[in-house]
Design a protein around this ligand. Structure first.
Ligand code: NIG
Ligand code: FE
Length: 407
C-alpha cells in the first residue's frame, strides 16, 4: 500500500533511548511525503519529489497527516463494571481517598471482579480494547490488580493473556497484586505480601502471565518498604518494575524505584525537587497520567518542569473505572499541553516513542521508521501539528492502520 501527498509524516526518528529535555521538543517529520507499506511493515518513506511508481493500492492523503499510533503504557483495561456511583459521591464532596478508605475504590472493583466470570471479563475488555484502537492506540499495557486473591489475580492475568493472543496490537501485562490490601489483610500487611510473593508470583511465572511488576506505593496502599519487597520478589522472576507512586504523597517511592532500575514510575502528581534530581540522573521513565487528576480534580503533574529538568517523560491514559474512565490518548495529549504545559511536539513524542520505550516496544513501535510495524494514524485534514491537541474533543482520526491494514 502506498500513501501519497501526506501533508506531514510525523515522528520519523529512531532513537535508542527514551527522549528527554530538548530532544522531546523535536518532532522529526517530512512535509509532503509518501509512505510505502509492505504487508505489516513500513517499507520506506520520503518526500513527494522522490515518490516511487507503484501499481498497488494507493491512498491520496492530501491535507492529512500521519503519525505513529499512541503507545499507552499504563492502563487497567480489564475490570468488571464502571463506578459512576463513586463519581457522584465525589461530586457531592467526598474525596477519592475517603471513598477508598470506606471500602469503595479499588476494593469495590475487586469485589465486583471476584464475582465476574473470566468469559465476561474478557468480553468487556475486548470491547474496550477495540474502542481505544479506533481512537488511535496501537500498543498497550494492561494491569491486574482488581483480583487481590490468588484465584482472582490469576483470572485477570489469564484474561490479559487471551487478549494478547487475539489482539492485533501488542499488549504488555503488568502484575499489580499489590494494588490495595484486601479487607481480611487490613491488619496483616505481611500476610498479604507473603501471599503475593510465595503463591501468586510463582504461579504467574509458571504460566508466563506477566511482563512487569507493579505496586501502588502510597499512604492508602503500600509503604516504601512494602513496595520494595514486591519489586525484589518480581525481580527474582525477571519482572521489571513499573510502579504507581507519588499520586498523593512524596514518600520515597521514586528513589526506591530508581534504586531498583524500574522501567517507569507512574502518576507523579506530587513530586519534589530531590525526586526530580534523582529521576533525571536515571533511565527510569516518568509516566504522566493527566486524565487521573482531571477526573479527580487533583493538582496536575509538573510536566513542563520534568521536561525542562531533563527527565524522560511518557504520557499514558491510566484507563480504569475509578480515577480515569477513559482510554482516549488524544485527550491525554491535549491535557498534557493545556494543563502540563508541554508543547504539542513534546506531548506527541511522549505519547508515542517514549510510551514505546516504557513498554520496551521501541524497536517495532512508536515511530515511523523503516522496518517497524505499520501502525499509524491518518488524520482528517488538519492545518498544523498544534491543531491535534488544540481541537480537543474533536475526533481528528480519519483512519487507524494496524499491521498495515485499515482497522
Ligand atoms: O492508577 N491509583 C491506583 N490505581 C488506579 C486507580 C484504581 C481505581 O480507582 O480503581 C490509578 O489511578
Ligand atoms: Fe493506574
Amino acid at each position: 500500500m502506498l500513501i501519497k501527498n501526506i501533508k506531514s509524516l510525523l515522528q520519523t526518528s529512531t532513537p535508542t533511548k527514551a527522549l528527554r529535555g530538548k530532544e522531546l521538543s523535536e518532532l522529526k517529520s517530512i512535509e509532503n511525503a509518501w509512505l510505502l507499506i509492505e504487508n505489516d511493515i513500513i517499507k520506506n518513506y520520503g518526500s513527494m519529489d522522490s515518490c516511487p511508481n507503484f501499481e498497488g493500492e494507493t491512498i491520496d492523503a492530501l491535507g492529512k497527516m500521519i503519525l505513529p499510533t499512541w503507545c499507552d503504557s499504563h492502563t487497567h483495561l480489564v475490570f468488571a463494571t464502571s463506578r459512576e456511583e463513586e463519581f457522584e459521591m465525589r461530586l457531592k464532596g467526598k474525596s477519592y481517598q475517603e471513598i477508598a478508605e470506606a471500602g469503595g475504590g479499588i476494593l469495590n472493583s475487586a469485589k465486583k471482579l471476584q464475582n465476574t466470570s473470566e468469559e465476561a471479563l474478557f468480553k468487556s475488555a475486548w470491547e474496550r480494547l477495540n474502542e481505544v484502537i479506533k481512537m488511535g492506540t496501537g500498543a498497550i499495557e494492561i494491569k491486574s490488580g482488581y483480583g487481590l486473591s490468588l484465584d482472582d489475580e490469576l483470572k485477570m492475568l489469564r484474561v490479559i493473556k487471551r487478549l494478547k493472543e487475539k489482539s492485533p496490537i501488542p499488549i504488555k501485562a503488568n502484575f499489580l497484586g499489590a494494588h490495595s490490601y484486601p479487607l481480611e489483610y487490613k491488619d496483616n500487611h505481611q500476610g498479604y505480601i507473603d501471599l503475593i510473593v510465595n503463591e501468586m508470583l510463582p504461579q504467574i511465572a509458571k504460566e508466563c502471565l506477566a511482563d512487569y511488576i507493579d505496586a501502588f506505593c502510597e499512604k492508602v496502599a503500600f509503604s516504601v518498604t512494602e513496595t520494595e519487597q514486591i519489586i525484589e520478589a518480581g525481580a527474582k522472576y525477571g519482572l521489571k518494575a513499573k510502579v504507581h507512586t507519588n499520586q498523593f504523597n512524596c514518600m520515597g517511592g521514586i528513589e526506591l524505584c530508581v534504586k531498583h532500575n524500574a522501567l517507569s514510575v507512574d502518576h507523579l502528581e506530587v513530586v519534589n525537587d530531590e525526586e526530580i534530581e534523582c529521576l533525571k540522573n536515571s533511565e527510569t521513565i516518568a509516566t504522566l497520567l493527566p486524565s487521573a487528576p482531571f477526573f479527580l480534580s487533583d493538582p496536575y503533574q509538573p510536566g513542563r518542569k520534568l521536561v525542562d529538568e531533563g527527565v524522560a517523560v511518557a504520557l499514558a491514559s491510566d484507563y480504569n473505572p475509578g480515577s480515569s474512565p477513559s482510554g482516549n490518548m488524544n485527550f491525554v495529549v491535549s491535557l498534557a499541553c493545556v494543563k502540563l504545559k508541554m508543547t504539542p511536539a513534546e506531548a506527541i513524542n511522549a505519547a508515542t516513542i517514549n510510551g514505546a520505550f516504557a513498554l520496551e516496544l521501541n524497536e517495532e513501535y512508536g515511530s515511523i521508521s523503516k522496518g517497524k510495524k505499520a501502525n499509524f494514524i491518518l488524520t482528517k485534514k488538519i492545518s498544523s501539528i498544534a491543531y491535534i491537541p488544540y481541537a480537543f474533543g474533536s475526533n481528528l482520526v480519519d483512519q487507524v492502520i494496524i499491521n498495515g491494514k485499515i482497522f
